[in-house]
Design a binder for this molecule. Structure first.
Ligand code: PLP
Length: 399
């Protein structure tokens, strides 16, 4: 008789529990928004990537319903076979317009857009240099490509230059990978410096605008617009699932790049095209991003206000155990000493009607509460958060 070949799963889970790394899903009831229902209780939502509050917006919902009525629910095949609709083309033109690029290509998720693009742009003879804090989809794309992959310390341009000097010549092509807004910290990549290095060393530069599109830049074009780098030779990847309130991903860049990816990106070719509903909702969202800059201004006003209040509040906290990490986005992180403390804070806030997720290793190097702000948060929501945080911090000390 042989041993159960799956028994190691129990052991692995036990290890995860012991490290306070265990994770499970939580149900959100009803429609997305700044306030959502969880377990029958209304909670203020600081956990969503829906920065502009569009995922529950009537205009997106109506666009999705109209698309379902016209085209049905599924796109029924690969975009290259039976899955392509004129909606996809309209969305790709709208994204190219938002990004001020020649062209764009829509994928079925941001994760797939990164896997597909990175693995199509680099191969065995090539070099990929990647920020250590990059999103999982960039890291997995790099592995999938078969290229030599070297990580540089977070935003460390001195180290990146050294790596380029040491290794660039020994490889055919070189690809630099970076998040533009880092998803677990909220800081920005040094885009102008990255571009300068890319040009000096003849490297391609791919930036992941997942948390920046619709959020940064006067027109919502993202970090590239924010830094005044519009029109430069950058491969921009992003998602339709965050500020755009839908589902799916995209790549924006030169017409040649997009034509190449349509023919070579496995994550585009061998998967079903984006559904009509998701496509139409994203299309409606891009129009709102472009036509309603006040929505973005409201988001940034909320960011400024909460940051101010939090820095005052934390400065008064003699304990000094909680630190607001540097951020230039609507992602604000409160770093704490241990997974146990952050779990305690998350639970205490939850009891006070606040949903602010505790993020722990191995997702991030240090435990933190990660808050995301929305344009649709009201002053009272922010106030209730800071009050609940004070109480949660006190109860933490008494424990
Ligand atoms: C969310 C995210 C993705 C993945 O996008 P999905 O559309 O959710 O698959 C990729 N990169 C970054 C930086 C992200 O935050």
């Amino acid at each position: 008789m042989t041993a159960n070949p799956y028994s190691w799963l129990e052991d692995a889970l036990t290890t995860i529990h012991r490290a306070d790394w265990y994770r499970s899903v939580q149900t959100i009831e009803g429609r997305s928004g700044a306030v959502v229902q969880m377990a029958g209780q209304a909670v203020i939502n600081f956990a969503s990537n829906d920065y502009l509050g569009l995922a529950g917006d009537d205009r997106l919902m109506q666009a999705a319903i109209a698309a379902i009525q016209e085209y049905g629910t599924g796109s029924t095949g690969s975009r290259l076979v039976s899955g392509h609709r004129d909606l996809h083309e309209q969305l790709e033109r709208a994204i190219a317009d938002l990004k001020q690029t020649e062209a764009a290509l829509v994928f079925s998720s941001g994760y797939l857009a990164n896997l597909g693009t990175v693995s199509a742009l680099a191969g065995k003879r090539d070099l990929i240099l990647s920020d250590q804090y990059n999103h999982s989809s960039l890291k997995q794309g790099a592995v999938l490509s078969g290229a030599t992959v070297l990580d540089y310390a977070h935003c460390d341009m001195v180290q990146l230059r050294q790596l380029l000097e040491q290794h660039r010549d020994r490889h055919r092509r070189c690809l630099l990978l970076t998040d533009s807004v880092f998803s677990m910290d909220g800081d920005l990549c040094p885009l102008p410096e990255l571009l300068a290095l890319a040009e000096t060393f003849g490297a391609m530069l791919l930036v992941d605008e997942a948390h920046a599109t619709g959020v940064l830049g006067a027109m919502g074009g993202g970090c590239v617009e924010h830094f005044g780098c519009t029109g430069r030779a950058i491969v921009q990847v992003g998602t339709l699932s965050k500020a755009l309130g839908s589902l799916g991903g995209y790549v924006a860049g030169s017409a040649t790049l997009i034509d190449y990816l349509r023919n070579r990106a496995a994550g585009f070719i061998y998967t079903t095209g984006l559904s009509p509903a998701a496509t139409a909702a994203a299309l409606a969202a891009v129009a709102i991003v472009q036509q309603d800059p006040d929505r973005r201004a409201q988001l940034w006003q909320n960011v400024t206000q909460l940051k101010q209040t939090l820095s005052q509040q934390l400065a008064a906290n003699i304990d000094g155990d909680i630190k607001l990490l540097p951020s230039a986005s609507p992602i604000l992180c409160l770093q704490v000493a241990s997974p146990a403390i952050v779990l305690h804070l998350g639970k205490a806030l939850r009891q006070a009607g606040i949903f602010a997720p505790a993020i722990r290793p191995p997702t991030v190097p240090t435990s933190r509460l990660r808050l995301t702000l929305m344009a649709t948060h009201e002053g009272e929501h922010l106030q209730r958060f800071t009050t609940a945080l004070s109480q949660a911090m006190q109860s933490g000390l008494e424990r």
